[in-house]
Ligand binder design. Structure first.
Ligand code: ADE
Ligand code: ZN
Length: 325
């Protein structure tokens, strides 16, 4: 099994990371203090003790309430920059960052404030040796109309946002709810991905919808696809990769889904390992890869393949890919 140092040193692309999920307790307290907000916690330990989630909804409650401390453009910049500095330590060379504008506009922060702060960090990331882009996610537990309004707000910045995604609570919120907004986003030139969370009531039907009705280029999570050979063959044929997050899975469904990840890897699927919400799950990308390698006794070849896959399905040019493959 490869060592932690070996895994940390491997060049990696992080393709499934919610930038709001990188808000560490230290920065949360600092921003609360600066913005004169009472968040109900006075110490880092108190904040960490409140991280008692064992399902996606219980996690999302903590995640949304935590981000209320983000108020000014500079707050968003600081958050993204702090993540990028951390990512550089893990030898992340390519980062495609999800951001959730509706989680901020719904509490009165303007789209411009959010976007400008994040984009400033993204545009400085080459100083850290990281090529970075933004993927705007719609919150699937909000309405399709709200998603459409958010897409309108993003259009002036469309050359600076690489793609769109779909996150938040999947129960009762199937991909098809957003078919029209994703059709429009594609027509405007955005690349497409969507979450298909683990072990949903309708996992296979949701995977069918994202593949055949929406036409995504990647699936975030999506390991239930292993239950349907026809769909596995389809994603292999079309090089549609999966962005998996084993430590996050451990929290929300009490199973890293390592068996499924290995089975898909053995079938040649472009599976990748990512950190999802590292500040909350206390696991950055190398920690995720190492945890998976330890629990499932992965070989060095398997770990290297997972890292290579991340560049193969990254939304970068073939020329940029060849630097890492
Ligand atoms: N938004 C932030 N983290 C998420 C996750 N793990 N699943 C769905 N939506 C999210
Ligand atoms: Zn996610």
């Amino acid at each position: 099994m490869p060592s932690k140092e070996f895994i940390q040193g491997l060049p990696k692309a992080e393709l499934h990371l919610h930038i709001e999920g990188t808000l560490e307790p230290e920065l949360k307290l600092q921003l609360a203090d600066k913005n004169q907000m009472d968040i109900g916690f006075k110490t880092i330990d108190e904040i960490k003790e409140s991280y008692l989630f064992n399902s996606l909804p219980s996690f999302l409650e903590v995640y949304y309430s935590g981000m209320s401390v983000l108020q000014t453009e500079d707050d968003f910049y600081q958050l993204a920059w702090a993540y990028l500095e951390k990512a550089a330590q893990h030898n992340v060379r390519r980062a495609e960052l999800f951001f959730d504008p509706q989680a901020h506009t719904s509490r009165g922060v303007t789209f411009e404030t959010v976007f400008n702060g994040y984009y400033r960090a993204v545009s400085e990331s080459d100083k850290l040796g990281i090529s970075t882009d933004l993927i705007m996610c719609f919150l699937r537990d909000m309405s399709a109309e709200s998603a459409a309004e958010t897409l309108e707000q993003a259009l002036p910045y469309k050359d600076k946002i690489l793609g769109v995604g779909l996150d938040s609570d999947e129960k009762g919120n199937p991909p098809l709810k957003f078919a029209e907004v994703f059709r429009k986003a594609k027509a405007e030139g955005f690349r497409l991905t969507m979450h298909c969370d683990i072990d949903q009531e309708n996992s296979i039907e949701h995977i069918r919808q994202v593949l055949f009705d929406i036409g995504v280029e990647r699936i975030d999570h999506g390991t239930n696809i292993v239950e349907n050979q026809e769909y596995v063959d389809y994603i292999n044929k079309h090089t549609i990769g999966l962005t998996c997050c084993p430590v996050s899975n451990g929290f929300v469904v009490d199973d890293m889904k390592g068996q499924e990840i290995i089975e898909l890897l053995e079938q040649g699927v472009k599976v990748t390992i990512n950190s999802d919400d590292p500040a909350y799950f206390q696991s950055y990308i190398s920690d995720d890869l190492y945890a998976l390698a330890q629990v499932y006794n992965l070989t060095t070849e398997q770990v290297v393949q997972l890292a290579k896959n991340s560049f193969e399905i990254a939304w970068i040019s073939d020329e940029e890919k060849t630097k890492f493959l």
